[in-house]
Write a protein that binds this ligand. Sequence first.
Ligand SMILES: [Zn+2]
Ligand SMILES: [Zn+2]
Length: 258
Amino acid sequence: MLVDSHCHLDFPDFAEDLDGIVSRARAAGIGRMVTISTRVRRLNQLLAIAERYDDVYCSVGTHPHNADEEDGIAPDELIALTQHPKVVALGEAGLDYFYDNGSPEAQARGFRAHIAAARATGLPLVIHTREADEDCARILEEEAAKGPFRAVLHCYTGGRELALKAVSLGLYIGFTGILTFKKSEALRALAAELPSDRILVETDSPYLAPGRFRGKRNEPAYVVEVAKVLAETRGVSLEEISRQTSENFFRLFAKVKA
Ligand SMILES: [Zn+2]
Ligand SMILES: [Zn+2]
């Protein structure tokens, strides 16, 4: 079994054939999917999807791109929304300095509010970080000093230092189709180096179609392509990578029924 730990099934790209997407994922051996929130105020749309399929779960949070729009969200509000049985994580929240979509201050405020909610609930935080290694490492360290929390740095594209810092704080690292791209040598070297109990696979679909599907709409079934490259990179079989990443997923996303 493989798990797609990060997809966006509520995006309009999937609206026409969601049943087909989910059944293709099942046929490809994808045992669980987590559809990740980008706006707290859209949670109901995600819940409608998570309630429709046994093997689909969701998170709740504000993507850094939407940090200004949902600025000032309180940890208590997030915590209350995690009471639903299908909400298994916080996020995605974090820092994105590549796009100019949210002011850095609002992104940092949102990031810290989500960490506080993760700490209070014990649920994992899905962290989005892009071109923000230094600030991300600093916030993670400062927040970890206030008390432990669980998290994954999803769709990892940052440097070695931030990844190792995150691992030292007990966090996980998630890999997408970017791992399969030709120019991603440094990322593959990092993926080979990380401890086997800290790695996850994901699609971030509809974006980032891996390998031979590049340029097309991505979907959860294609997480197999990410797992294949991760296995090759680490010199283990696809079966072994499937077992490890699924075990890691159920340990981190402990609210998901195994
Ligand atoms: Zn993201
Ligand atoms: Zn995402």
